[in-house]
Design a protein around this ligand. Structure first.
Ligand code: PRX
Length: 686
């Protein structure tokens, strides 16, 4: 059943009782019928029109959006030839695109005869005009700690590290793993790699030594850059110790560069480990930027899919930077001089595109936050907004839902008058959380851009533009320039009008991933064979009568826990690696704060006893194997799993039981042993 096309249509629409209530047919009937994209005329309870002040001053109003969107899809060559010029090229491109989604010949190249350096675009080109402007405004975990790093400081720090990495023998094309906390050195390390043409692979600090080792091995990194310890919510994260454990199994790694963050006592291996501060202090600040081809790799970022190990999604230089910078400017209506804050971690794609590359290419001041929303208390986000006069604020629905629970007081206690635009990313935002974000955080003044995209898309694909798009809570609304979303049924037939289906994209955009590192066949298989001629996103989606898109969640065996993407297969392999576990099946279920929680059905090996102690042991085991973000929320002991006569686990039934939709199990006649299901229902964990 895993990966089966049948399950895509069967799973739509997902049921998120209470939490994800979309406007039903009744409320949709109150919307007057639409014309084309843009000309909306709807009831006020469903739609938040563009505030006049924003429409008047925004970079893009609705008329302009419609005009530009049309140009971008009728003449993509001309459109991107123009917008490709927004970054500095060493050798200007003459070729705009070379694209094929044919599964026998998947080719994605943009601006491919141009050359550039991404770090020079983020640093050097700003020095003359904004050398003294703050590039990175860093806010520590401890509210007493902050730092303003100017464009000139950042240029110099990047230059020193670039030289230090070159001195360690790192050259163009080599892979460097970054396992760092949210400190300015994380951005410095990314940009230093980009400057010398090395490919960075960032691993989120919440991943375990095993997960780190797998990622280092897959891309054969030669250097790891880490810190002694991270600091989150007052607690120390043992980064260097985790690296030491991981490296027991990573022969490709020659050097480990360690940033002193906490000053914690960490062992250093002679001949391998070096202090960041020592090796950079002795280097000059100027480092020549490597001339890179547009299609030379910039970074690898591992992400989970339906099956197998995480994939190393590969992004290249020219198209990625054009797309990241353009979306950052237009989606957030970014103006020179504004303070922009994205709360993501650089370990995820959002941090890559919208903390570092997009904002810095645009000469923005990007706020980087080391801590968590609940430390020292639930008003932390808003205190930071007040302290740094943040204008644009971009976060995940899971944070909004958690903060919503704390009531309005922690928000109202802080001055948020600087806020102009709010953003949401990573998972569907339920209308209730949207309305709270809008009314309480934004004082009903600030448009919310609900941005839909993926690690593989490099940048935002479906989103409102603040000055152009009337908003509907819970909808990512309309496609960005050049993006052509398509909904298809289980057989790959394109569906038209107001409908629901599997979300695909029919043509390329410059920020699209180019391959899976070391496994192009897997790239083709995963994204281009399910529905021929399209890029398949793995998401389900509804399109309403106004042409607005409503993402309904994954239609494959990927779950989204607190905006973190997890493969259920990975959690299952971790569970069955435990000596007492015979079999395991993992599914998502609706969770009030996390969006989805992790529900694991576990069959023990014969003779092992179910106990609360063993349940805790298994949770700890998964944390150790993958990392805390993969901790199962629920473990249900399952004497048997529902299987077909040919032995396939019927995951559809397990999802229904976890979602408490036991009245809607569907056809169970193909089960080898129907009594298994009764047992699972009877012992369901609330
Ligand atoms: O299911 C969609 C969900 O997150 C998935 C992508 O996860 P990842 O590659 O980790 O990137 C997250 C940050 C871009 C998508 O397939 N998703 C992301 N943004 C939204 C969303 N679902 C609904 N609405 C969104 N705005």
């Amino acid at each position: 059943e895993r990966d089966g096309k049948g399950c895509f249509s069967e799973r739509l629409p997902p049921k998120f009782p209470g939490l994800f209530q979309r406007p039903g047919p009744e409320s949709r009937a109150t919307l007057k019928t639409l014309n084309t994209l843009g000309e909306l005329s709807m009831s006020e309870t469903d739609v938040f029109p563009v505030p006049q002040a924003i429409a008047d001053s925004a970079l893009i109003n609705n008329e302009r959006y419609l005009e530009m969107y049309k140009a971008s899809v009728t003449d993509p060559e001309g459109f991107w030839a123009e917008h490709g010029k927004r970054i500095d090229w060493i050798k200007p491109f003459t070729q705009v695109r070379d694209v094929s989604f044919d599964p026998h010949d998947v080719r994605i190249r943009w601006f491919h005869d141009g050359t550039l350096n991404v770090a020079a675009n983020c640093l050097d080109r700003h020095l003359a005009t904004r050398g003294d402007q703050t590039a990175i405004l860093w806010e520590g975990d401890d509210p007493a700690e902050s730092q303003a790093v100017t464009y000139r400081d950042l240029y110099e720090r990047v230059g020193r590290l670039s030289n230090a990495l070159r001195a360690l023998g790192v050259k163009k094309g080599d892979r460097v793993c970054l396992y760092l906390p949210m400190i300015p050195e994380a951005a410095v390390a990314m940009l230093a790699c980009a400057r010398i043409g090395a490919i960075h692979s960032i691993v989120f600090g919440g991943f375990s030594p095993d997960s780190l080792a797998n990622r280092i091995q897959d891309s054969e990194c030669t250097v790891v850059i880490t810190a002694d310890e991270g600091l989150r919510g007052g607690r120390r994260v043992p980064l260097k110790t985790n690296v030491d454990k991981a490296l027991a199994d990573c022969p490709s790694v020659k050097s480990v560069v360690v940033v002193k963050r906490t000053g914690g006592d960490v062992p250093m291996t002679a001949g391998r480990d070096l202090w960041y501060e020592e090796i950079t202090a002795v280097q000059p600040v100027d480092a020549p930027a490597e001339e890179m081809e547009a299609e030379d790799p910039l970074f690898i970022l591992y992400t989970s899919g339906s099956t197998g190990k995480p994939k190393g999604v590969l992004h290249t230089s020219g198209g990625y930077l054009v797309y990241a910078s353009m979306t950052h400017e237009y989606v957030f209506d970014y103006r020179d001089g504004e303070i922009y804050w994205c709360t993501a971690d650089v370990g995820w794609v959002t941090g890559h595109s919208y903390i570092v590359y997009g904002p810095l290419a645009n000469g923005a001041t990007t706020l980087m936050f080391e801590g968590i929303p609940s430390y020292p208390d639930a008003s932390r986000f808003w205190r930071v907004v007040e302290k740094h006069k943040v204008n644009i604020f971009y976060t995940a629905p899971t944070a909004i839902r958690a903060l919503m629970r704390e009531g309005e007081e922690p928000v109202k206690a802080c001055d948020r008058s600087s806020l102009r635009i709010l953003g949401s990313v990573g998972e569907p935002i339920n209308p209730e959380a949207w309305i709270w974000y809008h009314r309480v955080v934004g004082d009903s003044r600030c448009p919310i851009v609900d941005t839909w995209w993926q690690t593989e898309t490099g940048g935002i694909l479906i989103t409102p533009l603040p000055g152009a798009t009337a908003l509907k809570p819970g909808s990512a609304t309309r496609p960005f320039f050049g993006v052509q979303p398509v909904l298809v049924d289980g057989e790959g037939n394109e569906l038209s009008g107001a409908t629901e289906g599997n979300l695909c994209v029919s043509d390329s955009w410059p920020g699209q991933a180019r391959t899976v590192y070391g496994d192009h066949e897997r790239f083709v298989q995963t994204y281009f064979t399910t529905y021929k001629g399209y890029y398949f996103t793995g998401d389900g989606c509804r399109r309403d009568a106004d042409g607005y898109y409503w993402i309904t969640g994954r239609v494959d065996d990927v779950i989204n826990v607190s905006g973190h993407r997890m493969g259920t297969a990975e959690i299952e392999s971790a569970l069955v690696a435990h000596a007492k576990v015979a079999e395991a099946a993992v599914v998502g279920y609706p969770h009030d704060i996390k969006g989805q929680g992790i529900y694991a059905y576990v069959t023990l090996v014969a003779g092992e006893k179910e106990s609360e102690e063993l349940r805790k042991e298994l949770v700890a085991w998964v944390r150790k194997e993958i990392g805390p973000i993969a901790s199962p929320d629920v473990i249900q002991w399952a004497p048997g799993l529902p299987k077909t006569r040919s032995g396939k686990i019927m995951r559809r039934i397990l999802r229904k039981i976890a979602e408490n939709e036991v009245g809607a199990l569907g056809d169970t006649s193909t089960l080898a042993d129907p009594s298994v299901v009764e047992d699972l229902i009877a012992n369901r964990k609330a």
